[in-house]
Write a protein that binds this ligand. Structure first.
Ligand code: GLU
Length: 503
């Protein structure tokens, strides 16, 4: 690699960032960091009709949250700024002119109505109208008008577009880091619009000009842009610029069935496909995000990294640092990667276990406060330690641990069948045993209660199940004597008395 590595994420702020876009940003980030390069973010907002307020901030916030913020972007190390294409508008015209002057582009004056008519005519003949080398010499273009006439019409304010003059009968030999060599016949391309008389470039022109001016070394983007590759390579050639290297990432596929994972799949199937919650300002439609669903950013980064890449081993758990060290574009697959929401939860469960008890307790505290439970962080930290093994999300913690905070208000029906005739009497005796324990710690309580059972030849099941039912309301939860120690003697006895009275 000769040039310094500079890669970019170039989203159009037309809505919330789909998880596929996040994966593209992540792979760019990993590639940049791996090679000691720069990861920058350029906002591609030349299509003002599709502008959505809040979308740009959403993208920035999502990348920040995931820990993969760009090194350069709007308002941050603007070495090659501006980083918003709408603010680069005055810059593009000269490049469109350059292509006109060198014969790589031409003016076209057809109105929208003209083009509609041409499409209709073609349809009637059972054909598709394509604006290309077969028609450009016959239509209302600078190829069929004199230079003076063209200049006059433009001076008169007539609307036009500038189209790329695709070369005829050439086979392009293209290279893609992931897909290898690709051959492409130029006769299959249409003459794409590069520039419009409102002064705005289209995506293709702005993208190439900016990738060049911002010294992009590699273009890493989704497979949906592969059809644009021939035009982009031709544009570099037309400008006489060295093209960056290209890598087109595989599609992310639906969990079941075929096809690309769409924005709608998520909420339809009950999992987020966006990093953060999004309220669409126009439609009011809400889409849920990983952050608000309780995913840890590390877990999201980890499962996204495996959508189309692996390190060649069976390893699945990678920290961001490990990913940076191991990431290799040559190991990205061509085939689409199936999105597996269940697996994503598995990753989150793992990342939850990696959190310290104290930090989980801090996240759990607001949930408890909201439920009107008065407690303290030390107690909650202990609770978390005893149940976190079984949680996937912080929001699972309450269901797993409610009995640490409140007495049961009902008893599991099936478990209540173990409440026999002699049970109230046994529980009453258990209360007396507990009352006499001085050192009320889990191990000590367990030893004393078990001694009492052995001495009186009482079967384990006869005591332990009703005991648990009285404290928890069901036959679930961590080690019983840990619960007893945690809730304390007084509360344990109260709950036993309540069960005796109720069951
Ligand atoms: N603005 C394009 C997009 O929305 C960028 C495509 C590219 O990376 O070239 O994805």
């Amino acid at each position: 690699m000769s040039k310094p590595v500079r890669v970019r994420f170039a989203p159009s702020p037309t809505g919330p960032l789909h998880i596929g876009g996040v994966r593209t940003a992540l792979f760019n980030y990993l590639f940049a960091k791996k090679h000691g390069g720069t990861f920058y973010l350029r906002v591609e907002d030349t299509d003002q009709n599709r502008f959505v307020p809040g979308a740009e901030q959403y993208i920035m916030e999502a990348l920040e949250w995931l820990g993969i913020a760009p090194d350069e972007t709007v308002g941050k190390n603007e070495k090659f700024g501006p980083y918003r294409q709408s603010e680069r508008k005055p810059l593009y015209k000269q490049y469109a002119d350059q292509l006109i002057n060198s014969g790589w582009a031409y003016y076209a004056f057809d109105s929208a109505a003209d083009l509609d008519q041409l499409r209709k005519n073609a349809e009637e003949e059972g054909k598709t109208f394509i604006y290309n080398h077969t028609v450009r010499e016959h239509l209302d273009t600078s190829l069929t008008n004199s230079a003076e006439k063209v200049a006059e019409r433009i001076a008169n304010g007539e609307e036009y577009v500038i189209r790329f003059k695709t070369p005829v009968n050439e086979t392009l030999q293209l290279k893609d880091i992931i897909r290898g060599d690709i051959k492409f016949d130029t006769n299959l391309l249409d003459d794409k619009v590069l520039f419009k008389s409102d002064g705005m470039p289209t995506y293709h022109l702005a993208n190439i000009v900016d990738d060049h001016l911002m010294e992009t070394s590699h273009v890493i983007r989704g497979e949906e842009w592969l059809p644009s590759l021939p035009l982009h390579e031709l544009l570099y050639k037309a400008f006489g610029w060295e093209a960056p290297e290209f890598a087109h990432l595989p599609l992310i596929l639906k969990p079941v069935g075929n096809g690309k994972l769409s924005k709608r799949d998520g909420d339809k199937l009950g999992f987020p496909v966006f990093p953060l919650d999004w309220n669409d300002p126009a439609s009011g439609e809400k889409s849920s995000g990983y952050r608000e669903k309780g995913f840890f950013p590390g877990a999201v980064v980890n499962f996204l990294s495996l959508l189309g890449w692996n390190d060649g081993t069976d390893q699945e758990l990678f920290s961001l640092e490990e990913l940076v060290a191991k990431f290799d574009l040559n190991r990205v697959h061509k085939a689409g990667a199936k999105f597996d929401p269940e697996k994503n939860k598995w990753f989150n469960q793992h990342y939850l276990k990696l959190q310290s008890d104290a930090s989980l307790a801090e996240k759990f505290m607001p949930i408890l406060t909201e439920k009107g439970i008065e407690t303290n962080i030390d107690y909650v930290t202990k609770v978390v330690a005893s149940v976190k093994e079984r949680a996937t999300f912080v929001t699972d913690l309450y269901e797993l641990s409610d009995f640490f905070f409140v007495a049961p208000t009902s008893y599991d029906e099936k478990a209540s069948k173990n409440w026999k005739e002699e049970t109230p009497h046994l529980m009453q005796e258990l209360i007396s045993v507990l009352e006499n324990i001085g050192d009320f710690t889990s191990v000590n309580i367990e030893t004393i209660v078990k001694d009492w059972m052995t001495k009186n030849e009482i079967g384990m099941g006869k005591v332990m199940q009703p005991f648990r039912l009285s404290l928890v309301g069901a036959l679930k939860g961590p080690h019983l004597f840990d619960i007893v120690e945690m809730i304390g003697k007084e509360e344990t006895i109260l709950r036993l008395q309540k069960a005796i009275a109720t069951l």
